[in-house]
Design a protein around this ligand. Structure first.
Ligand code: ADP
Ligand code: MG
Ligand code: MG
Length: 255
C-alpha cells in the first residue's frame, strides 16, 4: 500500500530580496485509496507544495521530510520520483515543441515502467484512454501542449495519469480553465483512476467546483504556508458558503 508522508515541511523560494519562506511546516499523509483535497486562497503556498514534492529546483526544502513508502523523496532526482510512482500534474504544464504527444507518452511510460511498452498493446491502451477522455485521435500527432487549449492540456494530464498509473498523483488546479464538459470528462478520468483503490490522490484547488464531481475523503485548508484545518468533504461545503475569510482575516486574500 502506497503512502506519501510529508512531515513538518519547510520550503523557501529564491527571490531578488533573498530566500523567502513559503511553506512553514506542512504535515500530510496520503495513502493508497484516499483522495485528499487541499484548498486555500491564492498565494497560500499550494503550488509551492506540489513543486517542492516534484523536485523543482527553484524551491528549496529547508526542513522536514517527504517519503514515499518510507523512501526519501527529497533525495531522488525528478526522474526517480516518477519511477518511484509519484505523478505531478502542474498548474502550468510545459510546452514541448517538436515532440508528438504519442512519443512523449511512450517515453514517459518507458521511464516509469523501466521498459518500453510493447508497441501493439501500447497503441491500443493509448487509443482506449483517449476515447474515454473524449480526445480527438489526431491529438496524438500534435506537439506536447503546443497550442493546446486549457481544456486540452488538462485532458492530456489525465491521459498521462491513466497511462502511467502512478501510486500517488498530485493534481494542481486541474479544474482551472475548464468548461463544464471538459470538467466532467476530466473528473470522470480522475474517478476512474481512483476506482482501483491502489492509488492516492492529492487534489489541489482554489475552487470547490471540481469537488462536486470528485468527492474527497479528506479536505485540508491551506493558509499562510500550512494546513490550518482538516476535515471530511463537508469542509468543502463550508468553504463554498463562507470562503477563506475565516482563515485569512481579509476578504481580498480570500481571492
Ligand atoms: P498558491 O498556489 O496557493 O496560489 P503559490 O505556491 O503559487 O500559492 O505561491 C505562494 C507564495 O509564494 C506567493 O506569495 C508567491 O508569490 C510566492 N512564490 C511562489 N513561487 C515563487 C517564485 N518562483 N518566486 C517568487 N515568489 C514565489
Ligand atoms: Mg495561485
Ligand atoms: Mg497555485
Amino acid at each position: 500500500m502506497a503512502t506519501l508522508e510529508i512531515k513538518d515541511l519547510h520550503v523557501s523560494v529564491a527571490t531578488d530580496d533573498g530566500a523567502k519562506e513559503i511553506l512553514k511546516g506542512v504535515d500530510l499523509t496520503v495513502r493508497a485509496g484516499e483522495t485528499h483535497a487541499i484548498m486555500g486562497p491564492n498565494g497560500s503556498g499550494k503550488s509551492t507544495l506540489s513543486y517542492a514534492v516534484a523536485g523543482h529546483p527553484k524551491y528549496e526544502v529547508t526542513g522536514g521530510s517527504v517519503t514515499l513508502d518510507g523512501e526519501d523523496v527529497l533525495e531522488m532526482s525528478v526522474d526517480e520520483r516518477a519511477r518511484a510512482g509519484l505523478f505531478l500534474a502542474m498548474q502550468y504544464p510545459v510546452e514541448v515543441p517538436g515532440v508528438s504527444m504519442s512519443n512523449f507518452l511512450r517515453t514517459a511510460a518507458t521511464a516509469v515502467r523501466g521498459e518500453a511498452p510493447k508497441l501493439r498493446t501500447w497503441v491500443k491502451e493509448v487509443k482506449e484512454s483517449m476515447k474515454e477522455l473524449e480526445i480527438d485521435p489526431a491529438f496524438a500527432e500534435r506537439s506536447v501542449n503546443e497550442g493546446f487549449s486549457g481544456g486540452e492540456k488538462k485532458r492530456h494530464e489525465i491521459l498521462q495519469l491513466a497511462l502511467l498509473n502512478p501510486k500517488i498523483a498530485i493534481l494542481d488546479e486541474t479544474d482551472s480553465g475548464l468548461d463544464v464538459d471538459a470538467l466532467r470528462v476530466v473528473s470522470e478520468g480522475v474517478n476512474r483512476f481512483r476506482a482501483s483503490g491502489e492509488s492516492g490522490v492529492l487534489l489541489i484547488t482554489h475552487y470547490t467546483r471540481i469537488l462536486r464531481h470528485i468527492t474527497p475523503d479528506f479536505v485540508h485548508v491551506f493558509a499562510g504556508g500550512r494546513i490550518v484545518e482538516s476535515g471530511g468533504s463537508e469542509l468543502a461545503d463550508q468553504l463554498e458558503a463562507g470562503g477563506y475569510v475565516k482563515y485569512t482575516g481579509s476578504p481580498e486574500a480570500a481571492g
